[in-house]
Design a protein around this ligand. Structure first.
Ligand SMILES: Cc1ncc(COP(=O)(O)O)c(C=O)c1O
Length: 385
């Protein structure tokens, strides 16, 4: 089979499964109202949970950073790309979250790949929640370590796989808040199992950082645990982009030696680091934003339950409505868009087969009327899709 045929078959298989992905050139995709092909929609697909992507404080920090430092970092952090701003933000993050060290990465995807790739090797075991994000699972698959997936949020299932007597190091991997379901991991139970087995825990808190816990310190803090490796990302509640891993000092030194995504990739631009730093201040002072987000979540859940929509366990900004069938999920999103609500149908392989869903994300920027409009559109969509 030649290249042309490989490409053609791949595209056809996606089309036949109603799983063909399309990007759309959206105007203001990080705003409460976005625009597509001349029409305005209320945006229920953004991960900008606190509405910080348009916050004047962050914009000013980025602009001032660019005026002071230029627009690019100029190199890998191991060459010339790591500066005083990076160092200061790492110190601030580590102190605030109660770790020895923080290391900045250009994205959460890179952080997860870099950490798992550097830490695990032949003879080690990785036990990952089966619904972990692609960046975690792919890193685990690529690692020479032996990967087993445990049933979602099931500490007993993890315990069955975590034999303390086996040779090699053991790493458990889970998320604070699951990206497609919005539910939270039982972190104390998972942490106990893995530490009893002599292993370490990696928690990716991409969707909990900034929104959950005291001052938005995230899921681990809120649940009173201190995983050996904590990943936070800045493209969601922080409204910017980039990521950090929090860990003990020797682990940070080890990652500086061996995490390839740190070594062989251009460091975050210092102006972006300045914007992340401003985002951190906004998060720390963000109780009002978190309260508004909480009100929006409660309003949506109460309304959707009244309509008889099957709601999941999620108490977070991610509110999936399980549909099952790919084609139905696509029809529903079309109906909702006709009524001015923009949201995305999430289909396999992002979620398991038969689990297509509408992924609704709520933010602090939404107004009450926006939520009511969505509920009205959902009511209508179900009757007409
Ligand atoms: C749980 C989780 N981890 C990591 C990532 C990747 O983070 P980033 O967008 O910074 O690459 C995402 C983003 O979708 C995510 O949902």
């Amino acid at each position: 089979m030649g290249w042309a045929e490989t490409i053609d078959r791949g595209l056809q298989s996606r089309r036949q499964a109603d799983a063909y992905r399309q990007r759309r050139a959206i105007i203001d995709g990080n705003h409460r109202l976005l625009e597509y092909q001349g029409r305005r929609y209320i945006n229920f697909s953004s991960n900008d949970y606190l509405g910080l992507a348009r916050d004047p404080r962050l914009i000013a920090a980025w602009q001032q950073g660019a005026a002071r430092y230029g627009v690019g970092s100029g190199g890998s952090g191991h060459v010339t790309g790591y500066g005083a701003e990076h160092e200061a933000l790492e110190r601030r993050l580590a102190g605030w979250l109660g770790y020895d060290r923080a290391l900045l990465f250009t994205s959460g995807y890179a952080a997860n790949q870099g950490i798992i790739g550097a830490l695990t090797g032949t003879g080690d075991r990785i036990l990952a929640d089966r619904l972990s994000h692609a960046s975690l699972l792919e890193a685990a698959v690529q690692s020479p370590a032996h990967l087993r997936r445990f049933a979602h949020n099931d500490a007993a299932a993890l315990a069955r796989l975590a034999r303390p007597d086996a040779a090699g190091n053991l790493l458990a991997v889970t998320e604070g808040v699951f990206s497609m379901d919005g539910d939270s991991a039982p972190l104390p139970a998972i942490g106990r199992v893995i530490s009893d087995a002599g292993g370490w825990l990696l928690v990716d808190d991409a969707h909990g950082f900034g929104v959950i816990g005291e001052q938005g310190r995230g899921s681990a803090w809120a649940q009173g645990i201190h995983p050996e490796l904590l990943v936070v990302t800045f493209g969601k509640a922080a409204g910017v982009g980039g990521a950090a891993v929090l860990c003990a000092a020797p682990v940070a030194e080890y990652l500086v030696q061996f995490a390839r995504h740190l070594i062989y990739s251009t460091a975050l631009p210092p102006a972006q680091v300045a914007a992340i730093d401003a985002a951190l201040s906004a998060i720390i002072q963000g109780d009002g934003l978190r309260a508004r987000l909480g009100e929006n979540i409660a309003r949506f859940r109460a309304g959707a339950a009244d309509l008889g929509y099957p709601l999941g366990q999620s108490a977070t900004a991610i509110q999936p409505l399980l549909v099952g069938d790919n084609a139905l999920a696509l029809r529903l999103t079309e109906r909702l868009r006709e009524r001015g609500c923009w949201l995305t149908a999430i289909r396999p392989p992002t979620v398991p087969p038969g689990n297509a869903r509408l992924r609704i994300t709520l933010t602090a920027a939404h107004q009450r009327a926006d939520i009511d409009r969505l509920l009205e559109a959902l009511d209508n969509a179900r009757r007409t899709a």
